[in-house]
Each structure stands twice: as structure tokens, then as C-alpha cells.
Design a protein around this ligand. Structure first.
Ligand SMILES: Nc1ncnc2c1ncn2[C@@H]1O[C@H](COP(=O)(O)OP(=O)(O)OP(=O)(O)O)[C@@H](O)[C@H]1O
Length: 341
């Protein structure tokens, strides 16, 4: 349990995973500790080779860590026998970039597969599959084979199959990386929906900041096998600290042009950040209208992080120093965050 009363569903303690490649040992993940709260959507982002897949696969022990411990729920997975582990794995669903469906089985049989393994057959299994087909909106495609489906539909089958045994956690291994942007959005909406309706905890890995911004509550940035930044998505987005995080944030907001703007400045250059309802208020205009200060908006982003609207503007204020100080104070008083660049 953390200090805000959230229970932890996943606890990784000091996970290291090394691979032996010939005579060389490669450390894919180095001493990572991480907790995921029950009910949250947690994203891990990193460049290719950063160690994301290895870390994710350590959570259900598809990869056994070289050292460290993995706890899911109240169970320490690293201490279980193979048989006990198999039972615990039913509580951990997983979906994959390339879907991993059984090509010779229909959609219905793919979804029923984990139920069969769990000993559920007959009408009960059929009813459960119908329920899942409805959840992922594939009722019309139940008797098709994977080759007859689009990428998005295949991933929906993957999601239904992963949810069949009512897991507590859904692990998503680059689940939208093989999909076009529109299909990506529909799969992300489905994951949000599942999280909200079923309360299922989601841990995902991705190399796309768009995925993090759309659905995650918290994010960890991983680089060369280590976590370099971790926090609420809103905070990490608006105040990225590590260079790798800044690269990812630039994928979706292009703040990199700010350095060019710095060279041309005449007045005072500020970054103004606002979140939530403030996004809709004419605060900047109100702050300057009674003063001789003028402003130029040099760059701006107004977007949404999960359900929260936010904006970030780079503005140049022109006028006397004292007058500008007053405007900055007025902006802060209204709840905006103001940084001098
Ligand atoms: N089975 C393996 N044997 C040897 N080295 C491996 C193995 N799996 C991963 N690695 C190495 O571990 C490092 C991390 O790989 P991993 O696949 O976890 O990264 P990733 O962030 O998921 O990358 P990508 O997005 O490209 O899949 C890489 O250097 C990779 O070459």
C-alpha cells in the first residue's frame, strides 16, 4: 500500500536480467524496481533495445530474472513451482504486437482456448466467449479465421483471449505498433474502456509517446536497461527532465524549436503551462489588457492527456521589466505555471 492508500498489484524489486551471448554477458535490464497500482494504466516507454520487452516478460516470468523478485497480487512469483506458476499466470493476461493467434482456429476457438485450459467447456464456455465477443465488438466475425481479419480485428481477438480467464492484469507488448494510427486509436479506446469497466490493471510497453499520452496514468522511461524517469504522465509530459524523455515528448509536441526562438528574442521569453479547466480561460489576455505589456505567441500546444485538457505556450512579453513581473505574478495567481526560458 502506498501513502495515498492505493494497493500495489505488481511489485518488481531489483530486477536484473542478463543474457549470455557467446562469451559475452548482456545486461538487458539492470536493477529495476517498480510498482504498479491496482486499477492504473502504467506505461513503459523506451527506444529499441532499451529493455522494455525483457522487463515486461519478467512480470509473468516468460523471462526469468537473473536476480530480483516479482510479486503480483500477494504472490511472489519467483518462488513458485512450475505448476503453481501456471495457475498464477491465469491472472495475468497478455497481448502481443503480432497478435500470436492460432491460425488454424476460428475467432471463437481462439478466445475459448484459455477457457479450455482452465477446464471450462460446454455452455458456460460458450456464454463467456459470447460475452467477450460483444466486449470487443467482434460478434459478426466469430466464425472467421485470423487470416480473414484486419490487424485491428486480430488485436481485438488477442484482447478477448487475454481477458477470457478474468485476469487482474493485462500486459501489453507493443500492442498497437503494427497498426495504422486510426486503428491504434480504436484499440487504445478499447483498452481504456476495459480498464474503466472491468477495473483491470494495465501494464504496457511502447516506443510511442502518443500511446502514453492517450491512455496512461503513470509512465516510466527506460534507457539502456535502467529507468531514467518515472512519474504521473501529466507531470513527465510537461516537465521532462531526462534527455531521452525530452526526445519522446518532442515526438508529440515539438518543443525543440524553442532553442531557435531563444536566439531571436527581444523581450522576455516564457513557457506558460495550464491544465484542466484553465485551458478554456482567456487568462493571458486578461493579465496584459490593463497594462502596457504586449505579448507574442511563438509556439503553442493545446491537447488532452487521457481525460485532462492541457496547454503549453511559449510567449514573448514586450515591455518594462517591472510591468512584465506584474503580468507574470498575475498569471501565477490564476494558477498557471510560468517558467522563464
Ligand atoms: N534472448 C536474448 N538473447 C540475447 N540478448 C537478448 C535477448 N533478448 C534481448 N536481448 C538483448 O537485450 C537488450 C534489450 O532487448 P529488449 O528486446 O528487451 O528491448 P526492447 O526495448 O524491447 O527493444 P524493441 O523495442 O526493439 O523490442 C537488447 O540489447 C537485446 O539485444
Amino acid at each position: 500500500m502506498d501513502d495515498r492508500g492505493h494497493t500495489h498489484l505488481i511489485e518488481l524489486h531489483n530486477i536484473t536480467k542478463s543474457y549470455q551471448v557467446g562469451a559475452v554477458s548482456v545486461e538487458a535490464v539492470r536493477d529495476i524496481s517498480l510498482t504498479v497500482k491496482r486499477g492504473e494504466i502504467f506505461g513503459i516507454i523506451g527506444h529499441s533495445g532499451a529493455g522494455k520487452s525483457t522487463l515486461l516478460r519478467c512480470v509473468n516470468l516468460l523471462e526469468r530474472p537473473t536476480s530480483g523478485s516479482v510479486k503480483v497480487g500477494e504472490v511472489e512469483l519467483t518462488k513458485l513451482s512450475q505448476r503453481q506458476l501456471q495457475a498464477q499466470r491465469r491472472k495475468i493476461g497478455m497481448i502481443f504486437q503480432h497478435f500470436n493467434l492460432l491460425s488454424m482456429s476460428t475467432v471463437r476457438d481462439n478466445i475459448a482456448f484459455p477457457l479450455k485450459l482452465a477446464g471450462l467447456t460446454g455452455t458456460a464456455a460458450r456464454d463467456r466467449v459470447d460475452e467477450l465477443l460483444k466486449l470487443v465488438q467482434l460478434e459478426q466475425h466469430a466464425d472467421k479465421y485470423p487470416a480473414q481479419l484486419s490487424g485491428g480485428q486480430k488485436q481485438r481477438v488477442g484482447i478477448a483471449r487475454a481477458l477470457a480467464a478474468n485476469p487482474d492484469v493485462l500486459l501489453c507488448d507493443e500492442a498497437t505498433s503494427a497498426l495504422d494510427p486510426q486503428t491504434t486509436n480504436s484499440i487504445l479506446s478499447l483498452l481504456l474502456d476495459i480498464n474503466a469497466k472491468l477495473g483491470i490493471t494495465i501494464l504496457l510497453i511502447t516506443h510511442e509517446m502518443q500511446v502514453i499520452r492517450s491512455i496512461c496514468d503513470r509512465v516510466a522511461v527506460i534507457d539502456k536497461g535502467e529507468i531514467v524517469e518515472l512519474g504521473d504522465v501529466l507531470h513527465v509530459f510537461l516537465k521532462p527532465e531526462h534527455p531521452v524523455t525530452r526526445d519522446f515528448v518532442d515526438q508529440v509536441s515539438d518543443t525543440s524549436a524553442a532553442s531557435v526562438l531563444l536566439e531571436k528574442r527581444q523581450g522576455r521569453l516564457l513557457r506558460v503551462t495550464y491544465v484542466g479547466e484553465l485551458t478554456y480561460e482567456p487568462i493571458l489576455y486578461n493579465a496584459v489588457k490593463q497594462t502596457p505589456v504586449q505579448f507574442v505567441i511563438l509556439q503553442g500546444t493545446v491537447s488532452r492527456m487521457k481525460q485532462t485538457p492541457y496547454g503549453q505556450l511559449i510567449v514573448e512579453l514586450l515591455g518594462e521589466d517591472l510591468e512584465i513581473d506584474n503580468v507574470v505574478a498575475a498569471l501565477r495567481k490564476e494558477g498557471l505555471e510560468v517558467d522563464t526560458l
